[in-house]
Design a protein around this ligand. Structure first.
Ligand code: FES
Length: 163
């Protein structure tokens, strides 16, 4: 099937450009969502509506996929995106304490972004670095054998530098 412009995409050329790369097949959902996440920094509701029309997939199904995979977010991520691993190895080594500390320091819950856009917080499943448990990441940098003190120092540094 040839690509067609999706109904309702007028005026949103970025979404059209993304959708036009793919045939209207449900199997392209994850790839389209990946592109949307990368382009916007999150998956806006309007984008989900357009994907829903384009691929003829119910919104509830798309929402289910977006909320299932931790790489997709419904809100823009902060400049410093902190992700604390709650996989088994990390959990038994106390990663929940690190997550609790991050919530306390930043005043946000999992899935949220601070009002100034500087920090966002996520709880992830195993990130494949179990030997370093407990682990958290800041953007793509991995911090292993993590402690609450280590997290505090990183947050302090980011806040002091005003970055
Ligand atoms: S469980 Fe945390 S890295 Fe594997």
């Amino acid at each position: 099937m040839e690509n067609e412009r999706c109904e309702g995409c007028e005026g949103n050329s970025e979404m059209q450009d993304i959708l036009n790369k793919y045939i209207q097949d449900k199997s392209n959902l994850i790839q389209i969502l990946n592109e949307v996440q990368e382009y916007y920094g999150y998956v806006p509701e309007k984008a989900m509506l357009e994907i829903s029309k384009y691929l003829s997939i119910p919104m509830a199904e798309i929402y289910g996929v977006v909320t299932f995979y931790s790489r997709f977010t419904l809100k823009p991520k902060g400049k410093h995106h902190i992700a604390v691993c709650l996989g088994t190895a990390c959990f038994v080594k106390g990663s929940e304490k690190i997550l609790d500390r991050a919530k306390e320091r930043l005043g946000i819950d999992v899935g949220e972004t601070t009002a100034d856009g500087k920090f966002s917080l996520e709880a992830t499943r195993c990130v494949g670095a179990c030997g370093l448990a407990p682990v958290f990441t800041v953007n793509n940098e991995v911090y292993g054998k993590a402690t609450v003190k280590m997290l505090d120092e990183i947050i302090d540094k980011c806040m002091e530098e005003g970055c």
